[in-house]
Design a protein around this ligand. Sequence first.
Ligand code: IMP
Ligand code: MG
Length: 182
Amino acid sequence: MTGPGFRVLYDERMIQGRLNALADDIARAMAPDLIAIAILKGSFIFAADLIRALHARGLSPHVDFMTLSSYGTATQSSGTVTLLRDAEIDVRGQQVLLLDDILDSGRTLAFASRHLADKGAATVKTCVLLDKYAAKGNALAKADFAAFACPDDFVVGYGMDYAHMYRELPFVAVLDQKGVRD
Ligand code: IMP
Ligand code: MG
């Protein structure tokens, strides 16, 4: 199922192993009734697996979603983050855990953290599947929890897309140029 055009970085077994360790870290650091806010769309599979790993550790997160956009269908960030849909849960005085697929420039997490702090969240911690910071540095925000370091390549799978494709792949893979059709 890896076909031409993909180079697998992290397979299902590696991802589940790291999510269990991440859930241990989060369970030690945060209140059991934390609010988990997943940033759509790229984090939906990561969030689904992580919140079940949190449940297995006795946490009972309240779960909500916000939709932010910084990418169109290109592989480069537009540089502006837009709030397309806000979370509905009242975050005032609460511990919030923001979940995103990738920390790249850090603009998305910086924007979302500031937005939730402005709405009165007591603390906002950030958790990403992939952190590109180690590959290039200079991120505007850093993640409190990260499952994997990620090379500064365009990656897809496990919820992440290129032009709405490849979210269904169970692994994280680098998309080679020959997999990019425009
Ligand atoms: P940042 O705002 O530059 O940190 O970008 C983070 C957002 O860009 C994430 O929410 C991802 O959705 C998206 N993104 C960054 N790199 C990639 C990638 O390699 N593949 C897919 N999406 C990416
Ligand atoms: Mg995203």
